[in-house]
Design a protein around this ligand. Sequence first.
Ligand SMILES: [Zn+2]
Length: 251
Amino acid sequence: MPVYGDEVVVLRSQQLGEADRLLTLFGKERGLVRAVARGVRRTSSKFGARLEPFTVVDVQLFTRNPLERSGLETVTQAVTIDAYAARIVEDYAAYTAASVMVETCARIIDAEPAPQQWALLVGALRSLARAEREPQLALDSYLLRALSLAGWEPSFANCARCDRPGPHSRISFGAGGAVCDDCAIAVGATTVADIDVMRHLWALLAGSWRVADAAEPSVRDRASQIVAGYVEFHLDRSLRSLGVRAADRRP
Ligand SMILES: [Zn+2]
């Protein structure tokens, strides 16, 4: 019988009919999986809260045709490994940060194993659940690292285009980060980032928390805007290149 076991992070859980849930899962072994959990809304359900977003669960998945990965699979068993959700939903800032993390992750991964992305997401959710640092910092650092693993690692020190040593004061999303004055003219559209913002972005990417935790709120906010712009630039472009219409992106 085509039943698989995997350790999954629940990225999304949508109501399906009266009692079922449509799940988007990130499997450690299998990458993105879409599955149905039947009867989870019944009070007698043995799944219940185990399949809430941000939860790490050991699941058994049944698939009718193992070669047809685009089809929906069925959750036949679920055992909670880490219930980060319970603590994340108690803090609004942590909840919104975790929501952006899982939505971005769902857009980056596909039905292929991505163990580094998986470990990055689980680590980021754990950090939010334990309130180890400001949710805004945890989110921005997660986004920069997730994009880097996906092949879009930005540079916030040397010029991303000609490698001239920084610090530089302009960022080009298309060029991949900081650009020198000459390259800024060549690439056209750039966004301004003063040295404190650039250093903060560098620290978030490198995981240098001593530097990141010390940043002023205005520096953090400006860096957040730049990170969001960088994510949107690359994800929108990759979706367009796959021929996905913008209207299909958000349900
Ligand atoms: Zn340059």
